[in-house]
Each structure stands twice: as C-alpha cells, then as structure tokens.
Design a protein around this ligand. Structure first.
Ligand SMILES: CC(=O)N[C@H]1[C@@H](OP(=O)(O)OP(=O)(O)OC[C@H]2O[C@@H](n3ccc(=O)[nH]c3=O)[C@H](O)[C@@H]2O)O[C@H](CO)[C@@H](O)[C@@H]1O[C@H](C)C(=O)N[C@@H](C)C(=O)N[C@H](CCC(=O)O)C(=O)O
Ligand SMILES: Nc1ncnc2c1ncn2[C@@H]1O[C@H](COP(=O)(O)OP(=O)(O)OP(=O)(O)O)[C@@H](O)[C@H]1O
Ligand SMILES: N[C@H](CCC[C@H](N)C(=O)O)C(=O)O
Ligand SMILES: [Mg+2]
Length: 487
C-alpha cells in the first residue's frame, strides 16, 4: 500500500477533490481490472474513453480517480485528481508505485522502424555473456535472466512494464534492454522511466494508420531522445536520413554509428554471405553469425551501446561474434531438399527490400527466388501495394497471401497489395489467401538450389482471424511442406 500523494509525485495536477493521503493497493487503467483500494486512471484511447468507465471502477472498489475531466457528480468517499494528460500521469504513477525501478537499472531503450528486436535481443545476450543479470522487454519475449514472461506488445503498458522492472531489480538485474515502439511513446507508456541510454535504428514507412503522417511518426520516435536526462547517452544511426533529427533537442551526450559516414562507431563490411557477416570494426576483423548488410547496422548499434555502457571493446567484440539472431529474423529452415528456405519478420517495405536485396547478393546462378508475403489487417494500408511491388521486383515468383487479417477480409487486403503489381509483373504473382496453401504452392514451385522467402510473421506462432488466434508457425509449415513435397 502507498499513499496516493506519494504515487502522484511529479505528476502535474490541475485540481484535487478528497483526501490524497488515501492508501492505494493497486493501479488500473482498465475498469475491468479494478479491485479493492485501486486508483483508476481514466485515459482516452482509440476505441473507448476511460472516463466512461469511472462509475464502473468505483463500483468495483476504486478509492481514487485520476482523470482529465471530472464527472458531474462527485462521490464524497472517493478522491478525484484532475490532470492535463492522464496517459502521462499513468506513466509517472506506475513508476512511483513500483519504487522507480528503472532508476535502479541501467535501462537502454531502442527505437526505430526496423531492427529493435534484433538489437535488444543481442544486447540481452551480450550482457548475459559478459556476466551480468539482465532484463529484456521485446516483441518476441520478455525475460528476467532465464525466466520467460510472455510478451503481448513490443512495449508493455506502464503498469506491467514497471512491475516487470521491479522484479528485475529484485532478481539482481543491473541492466535492462527494451524496445520502445512509437505507439508506446505517443501513449506515454514510458513516461516516468529513467533511461541510461537510447538508440535509434532507422526510420521508414510503417504505422501511418495510427500516426497519420510521416512527420508525426518521426516526432513520436524523437520523443524518446527529447526526454533523456543529461546523464544519458543518445546513440543514432547517422547514415539514416532521420538519424540526425533524433539528436536535435536532446540533453543527453550525442553519439553516432555508421557504415558510410564519419562516426563515433564505424564499421566496414568485408564479406556478407549466407554463413554470416565479416566486419572491420575499428581495425579489428570480426565474424558474426547474423546475415545481411542491414544487420551490420544492428551490430554497430549494439557495439556502440555496449561501449557507452563502459564495457571493454575486445570483450564486447569477442562475445558479440558468438551471438545468434533473434528468432524469426532471417531464420533458415534446414532440410535436405537442397532448397534454401528463409523465414523473416519483414513486415514493412524497407525490411522486405533489405531482405530480398540480401538474398539477391547470395544468388550465384539462375536459381529462382520465390517469395510468400501478406500484410496485416487493421494496420497501415499504404504499405500494402509497396510491399507487393518490392516482392515482385526482387523475386521470380510471388505468392500473395494473408498475414493476421484481424478484422479485415483477407481478399480485400490482397486486392490492396495487387495495386502495387505492375502489368508486366502480373505473370509472376499467384494469389492464395490461405497461408498454408500459399507456402505449399511456393514449395511445389521450388527446385533444388532455389530460395524461398516466407516474410512477415517471423517468430509468430499464430494467425489472428477476427480476434481468434489459431496455431500457425511459418517455420514449421515451411519445413513440413518441403519435406512432404520433396521427400
Ligand atoms: C492502438 C493502440 O496502441 N492501443 C493500445 C492502447 O489502447 P487504447 O488506449 O487505444 O484502448 P481503448 O480500447 O481505446 O480504451 C481506452 C481506455 O478505456 C479503458 N476501458 C475500456 C473498456 C472498458 O470496459 N473499461 C475501460 O476502462 C481502457 O483500459 C483504456 O484505458 O493502450 C492499451 C494499453 O496500453 C494497449 O493494450 C492497446 O494496444 C492494442 C491492443 C494494440 O494492438 N496495439 C498495437 C498497435 C501496439 O501498441 N503496437 C506496438 C508496436 C508497434 C510497432 O511494431 O512498432 C507495441 O508497442 O506493441
Ligand atoms: N537495421 C535494419 N534495417 C532495416 N531492416 C532491418 C533491420 N534490422 C532488421 N530488419 C528487417 O526488419 C525485420 C524486423 O526486424 P526486428 O524484429 O529486429 O525489428 P523491430 O523494429 O523489432 O520490428 P517491430 O516494430 O515489429 O517490433 C527483420 O526481420 C528484417 O527483415
Ligand atoms: N508490431 C507490428 C508487427 C506486424 C507483424 C505482422 N505479422 C502483422 O501482424 O501485421 C504491428 O503490430 O504492426
Ligand atoms: Mg520488435
């Protein structure tokens, strides 16, 4: 139990009605999760307005209400606190309630369109290898050392996140590496956290359904850097067009990594094969298990962050060279069919282009590249034609299919994708809305030495149709189909 006034420390208050010494046992922003002695924070969302659930929260045991607009009739046994922005208040309150765990950790946040999961997963593995107790918050999984906690979001909500960080502190973690999504920044899920550093990977087309314009999307990412304290570091990819923007208004110490430009951390690609990458980093030749040019950027982001966290360069390079990519990121499905089969989480135009360009580099003769790809429902619609266009331009055959249709009609999504297919590329494409059938078709078209890329779902183990998630793992389906057809 904590007194409400302590939990409100640093929250900008507009008005208070009732006793702020009231003891609070839990925080909730969802009225359905309110229990006895809870402080309910009413936030405005995309589907609903928490202010409409204040009565329900009181019926379920709320003793305090934090809101932007006070209800007309106040209940005299309840404390009401009016704030300007309740999502921001929620972030700060969650930190206070759990004892500001982020300040007791070396917390590094990674943001950008692509590469977040790859970077945090490498940082987590690296620091464990260097002997630390470490926490991880990522799209694929949350972890406290070896303990696995299922991830539902790329960045959890403020309450769940601070609770997890408090557990990390209790389990002796010194570091935590987390992905910070643009949704989390705009929704203030990370307000109240104390970051030791922030890393920017890159910025390209995604989530315009939510942020509306590219400028708003850039601003969202920049919020992470604008909020850093002067004791933190801000590390950016200066080869990216938006890399410099991230550093414009930060109080933190500024650092840059690059492959092409002058930078604090600079690498050169010596070789790039299906076996891995060889880089020259500050005069050292180092071999890594990750595949594709774009991973050289991820490796430099990780290397730079580790050095800024005061690790020794030689130790970092040696440990990094042993590490594996995150699951479902350029993951090869091994069979003895002679066909190269790759599953990758490329779900943006930029990621798809990078992965297919990487695959092109590995082609030695006239082997075919067959791509299976779909676009998620209830997500950015503008990326659909672009992804289909890129798939066609960089592959010999393309099977357009479904990827988590959610509440949209699968064929309507595919029709959006087809708008990006030029008439000269029509003959390359096939439409197969059922993803299993699409993968099966790709496998039957493939001959030994050909390359199949199944893009978009990576590590995911489900297909989400109308809110129901049924088992589906690209890696498993691809392996089964290859073995079935080419036995
Ligand atoms: C669009 C979006 O981001 N929505 C997130 C947001 O929900 P919301 O505020 O819009 O919720 P809402 O349904 O409109 O409800 C408004 C408020 O009323 C409350 N309410 C509602 C109903 C009720 O009966 N009682 C009640 O109190 C809700 O608890 C909420 O506080 O805040 C919730 C709590 O943090 C999130 O779970 C939810 O994620 C949804 C499920 C989601 O799909 N989010 C995705 C898009 C997302 O966040 N993705 C990013 C990664 C993106 C990337 O790849 O970069 C992520 O970080 O995972
Ligand atoms: N640095 C990079 N630049 C461009 N593309 C990349 C980069 N790193 C990874 N990718 C591509 O993007 C895909 C997603 O990578 P990753 O999961 O690391 O990104 P993410 O930022 O965590 O994505 P999400 O927003 O879904 O959480 C990979 O499967 C790969 O195709
Ligand atoms: N974090 C991204 C993941 C997209 C993955 C893709 N498989 C899809 O479901 O659209 C999102 O929520 O938009
Ligand atoms: Mg991720």
């Amino acid at each position: 139990m904590s007194a409400l006034k302590d939990i409100l420390y640093k929250v900008a208050l507009q008005s208070v009605s009732g006793d702020t010494a009231v003891e609070v046992a839990a925080l909730a922003f969802d009225s359905r999760k309110v229990g006895a002695n809870t402080a309910f924070i009413a936030t405005r969302g995309t589907q609903a307005d928490g202010h409409d659930y204040i009565e329900q929260a009181i019926e379920k045991g709320a003793v305090a209400i934090i809101c932007e607009q006070l209800p007309e009739n106040l209940n005299t046994s309840i404390t009401y606190v009016q704030v300007k922005d309740s999502s921001e208040a929620l972030g700060i309150m969650a930190s206070n309630f759990f004892g500001n765990p982020s300040a007791k950790l070396k917390l590094v946040g990674v943001t950008g369109t692509n590469g977040k999961t790859t970077c945090v997963s490498l940082l987590f593995q690296l620091f464990k290898q260097l002997g630390y107790n470490v926490g991880l918050l990522s799209t694929v999984v949350n972890k406290i050392n070896d303990e696995i906690i299922v991830a539902t979001h790329t960045t959890p909500d403020a309450i769940q996140m601070n609770e997890l960080m408090a557990k990390m502190v209790a389990k002796g973690c010194s570091h935590c590496f987390m992905e910070v999504s643009s949704h989390a920044l705009v929704q203030h899920r990370v307000s109240g956290l104390t970051f030791q550093g922030a890393v920017f990977t890159n910025l390209s087309h995604d989530h315009l359904d939510y942020h509306k314009t590219f400028d708003e999307y850039i601003k969202a990412k920049k919020m992470l850097f604008d909020g850093l304290p002067s004791s933190a570091f801000a590390l950016t990819n200066i080869d990216d067009k938006r890399g410099a923007v991230m550093l414009q208004n930060t109080k933190a110490s500024k650092y840059r990594y690059a492959l092409k430009t002058m930078a604090d951390f600079k690498a050169k690609i010596l070789s790039n094969t299906l076996q891995g990458l060889e880089l020259d980093i500050e005069g050292h030749n180092v071999w890594f298990k990750l595949i594709g040019d774009f991973n050289a950027y991820n490796l430099m982001a990780v290397y730079g962050a580790a050095i800024l966290l005061e690790e020794e360069s030689a130790d970092v390079l040696q440990a990094l060279s042993d590490l594996n990519p995150a699951p479902g990121r350029f993951e090869q499905v091994l069979t003895d069919t002679g066909i190269t089969a790759i599953v990758d989480y490329a779900h943006t135009p930029d990621a798809l282009e990078n992965v297919l360009s990487t695959i092109k580099v590995f082609r030695s003769g006239n082997e075919k590249v067959i791509t299976v790809v779909g676009c998620g429902g209830n997500r950015d619609t503008t990326k659909r034609p672009e992804m289909a266009k890129i798939a066609c331009e960089l592959s010999d055959k393309v099977v357009l299919t479904s990827d988590n249709p959610r509440f949209e009609e699968p064929m309507a999504i595919i029709e959006d994708m087809q708008k990006g297919v030029s008439p000269s590329n029509y003959r390359k494409t096939l439409v197969m809305a059922d993803r299993r059938e699409a993968i099966k078709t790709a496998c039957s078209m493939a001959e030994p030495n050909d390359i199949i890329l199944v893009a978009g779902k990576g590590h995911e183990t489900y297909q989400d149709v109308k809110g129901v998630k049924s088992d589906f793992d690209d890696r498993k389906v691809l392996k089964d189909m290859l073995n079935l057809i080419h036995k």
